[in-house]
Design a protein around this ligand. Structure first.
Ligand code: 0L1
Ligand code: MG
Length: 262
């Protein structure tokens, strides 16, 4: 804790991040005055602000599930955020980017919880609740200047969550490791990776989420999703593009982007 510059109150940090997201204007990082514990409290307050505006909880997401991202940030910790109804973009739909700060897209694997997950669910219950898997795109958009942050900053900012797109669900399989993941922009391959980049196996991400749930989970409705993490680096988004992710043997998912005039 920095004695000369104490952290603003949790509600004030949440208000600033919420406004930054709604206006699409980046703010300064909070930095080392913010602890990880307080950052998760800020995130919970951000979630409550959204729920009070009529959004509902649709799932959770993990961040820093790849060695590459952990190394890039110098962290060894998986982080968790929440997803709400206004963040979902339907497969193939167009997303206007003019309200965003500096959006990026990454290809992921999503799990679906076939039953509601209560806040006190055991790890075994959480894992057993999963009934389907799908390819997904996550649009991340840090609310901080220069897309730069500390671990606590990014947790407070709901792990940069912005939007997500789900491909078709397919019956849950535990054979998810080692599948090639391809990200295309306007039909050209931009990134190639493998599902093994997600903690060695997307199932490990699900297990990690189950372990973290008691501390950070607030209950999920039946049909909620878990974005397990990125299989490649994130790619900056610009208007007028078609983004496609293909997860071998699982399926594909698509997003179109537009600017202010479309
Ligand atoms: O979904 C993610 O892996 C993002 C986690 C936060 C870090 C970032 O914004 O790149
Ligand atoms: Mg992600």
């Amino acid at each position: 804790m920095n004695a000369t510059h104490p952290a603003p109150p949790i509600s004030e940090i949440a208000r600033r991040l919420d406004q930054a997201e709604r206006k699409g204007i980046a703010i300064k990082q909070f930095g080392d005055v913010l602890s990880l514990e307080v950052a998760y409290e800020v995130q919970a307050e951000l979630r409550d602000l959204r729920l009070a505006r009529g959004e509902h909880l649709t799932g959770a997401k993990l961040g820093f599930t790849s060695e590459a991202k952990m190394a890039q940030m110098g962290v060894k910790e998986v982080i968790v955020g929440f997803l709400t109804s206004t963040m979902e973009v339907h497969n193939g739909d167009r997303l206007r980017l003019d309200g965003s700060v500096h959006p990026r897209v990454e290809p992921e694997v999503a799990f679906r919880f076939g039953q509601a997950v209560p806040p006190d669910a055991s790890e075994e219950q959480i894992i057993a609740s999963v009934d389907a898997v799908a390819p997904a795109l996550e649009i991340i958009d840090s609310r901080y200047l220069n897309f730069s942050f500390s671990l606590a900053d990014v947790v407070a900012d709901n792990t940069s969550a912005s939007r997500y797109v789900l491909g078709e669900w397919t019956t849950f399989t535990d054979d998810l490791a080692g599948r090639t993941v391809t990200l295309l922009v306007d039909g050209s391959i931009t990134e190639t990776g493998t599902t093994s980049a997600i903690l060695g196996d997307p199932l490990n991400a699900l297990r990690e989420f189950a372990r973290m749930y008691r501390r950070h989970g607030a209950g999920l409705p039946a049909g909620a999703v878990l974005l397990a993490g990125a299989a490649t680096a994130a790619v900056p988004l610009s208007p007028g593009s078609t983004i496609t992710a293909i997860v071998a043997g699982i399926g594909s998912v698509e997003l179109e982007t537009a600017g202010a005039d479309s």
